[in-house]
Ligand binder design. Structure first.
Ligand SMILES: Nc1nc2c(ncn2[C@@H]2O[C@H](COP(=O)(O)OP(=O)(O)O)[C@@H](O)[C@H]2O)c(=O)[nH]1
Ligand SMILES: [Mg+2]
Length: 365
């Protein structure tokens, strides 16, 4: 199950954004609570291709792809050094595969700001620094243990390599840079995966605006430059307004969206961006029993796809019958027509699955 954690300063609008995405109705309030247990909700990934396949096959059951969103308690200055909720909060972040970082841009005198002024760049840097401190802590614990061992006996070659790499990463973090800005090989990334470094996770910045803040927003100039420098992507959300929007009926909602010049509701925009950010693709299994969308990481093989459905399908994998959704639709949603045209293919284990593939696994166990 894919998990996306929402981080940000207290009162930046994290629960509001969570509600926009999930319609879960989590509590939203103008004061910081001492709550540590996060709000969680599963969200279906909106996909018009899936909807069309359901219309075509009229299956007995249907299941879209889903992502879990976790709304965490606010991260304050010095959390990484153990202040406030500190470590209990950070343990929830480490179980997320991607981060949505909510930054307050909106002005609202009835909502206090923990730093007492609206300054998105400063707020962004406070939270980034806390994530960096936490990763530094993880590294120094591990380095201490490796050093202790080294004092007693010789380290294995892997341990020596690990020690050297961790020292470099430590120096990098001490320059206040996240690990995602450190050049790591795929092999090194794999070796480090057990540490669940927070600053290595893909991150999407969510700019939470008032509905008066459209076009060029003066408050954003510094932060937008910083994100460009860091190669981070951002989405603009009118948190409070879009939360209300989710409660309107569709016609009113569309009018509202036109006024704000937003083409896709915040909910779908955020889910789609998170999905892209994570390098995720969908493939489909379809028939009259069930139409289902499945989530895979880009670059996964046909066997990985089989294993996502069921471990037996991966174990007894023979071949995958594949047709691209677009080809299927272009050929009148007819499998025999796809076969005649040669767009229905049989693929082996090593086939790299593409977004929108419709797949049927042939297997034998
Ligand atoms: N004006 C305005 N107020 C907002 C916006 N987003 C959140 N708020 C208000 O800010 C307060 C804190 O929001 P909440 O989502 O609970 O923040 P959290 O502490 O980060 O979870 C609430 O009173 C919200 O109604 C926004 O986009 N505009
Ligand atoms: Mg909250």
């Amino acid at each position: 199950m894919l998990k996306c954690g929402i981080v940000g300063l207290p009162l930046s609008g994290k629960s509001t954004v969570f509600n926009v995405i999930t319609r879960a109705g989590a509590e939203v309030k103008p004061y910081a609570s001492g709550k540590t247990e996060p709000n969680r909700a599963l969200v279906n990934v909106p996909d018009s291709r899936f909807d069309r396949l359901v219309e075509i096959f009229k299956p007995k059951s249907e299941k879209p792809a889903d992502v879990e969103f976790v709304d965490l308690a606010g991260l304050s200055r010095d959390a990484g050094k153990g202040a406030g909720l500190g470590n209990s909060f950070l343990s929830f972040v480490s179980e997320s595969e991607a981060l949505l970082h909510v930054v307050r841009v909106f002005k609202n005198d009835s909502v206090p700001h923990p730093e007492n002024s609206i300054d998105p760049l400063r707020d962004f840097r406070i939270v980034e620094a806390e994530l960096i401190y936490r990763d530094l802590g993880v590294i120094s614990n591990r380095l201490a243990r490796l050093d202790e061992k080294k004092a007693k006996k010789k380290l294995t070659p892997q341990e020596s390599a690990e020690l050297d790499l961790l020292r470099e990463l430590e120096a990098h973090l001490l320059n206040e840079l996240p690990l995602r800005e450190f050049p790591l090989t795929d092999e090194q990334k794999r070796a480090l995966s057990g540490f669940a470094f927070l600053t290595l996770k893909p991150e999407l910045v969510v700019l939470n605006l008032d509905d008066t803040q459209t076009g060029d927003v003066a408050e954003l100039s510094g932060l937008e430059e910083e994100m460009t420098r860091k190669g981070l992507k951002s989405v603009r959300v009118y948190g409070a307004t879009e939360m209300e929007l989710e409660q309107l009926d569709p016609a009113d909602r569309e009018e509202f969206m036109r006024d704000l010049a937003i083409s896709e509701p915040g909910r779908e925009r955020l889910i789609h961006e998170a999905y892209k950010l994570l390098g995720l693709i969908s493939f489909f299994t379809s028939g009259t029993d069930e139409v289902r969308a499945w989530t895979l990481r880009e670059g996964s093989t046909a066997v990985d796809a089989a294993g996502t459905i069921h471990s037996d399908l991966a174990r007894g994998f023979i071949r995958a019958q594949v047709v691209a959704y677009d080809d299927f639709i272009a050929n009148g949603a007819s499998i025999p027509a796809c076969r005649d045209k040669g767009v229905l293919r049989l693929e082996g284990k090593e086939y790299i699955v593409k977004d929108g593939d419709m797949i049927e696994i042939r297997f034998n166990v």
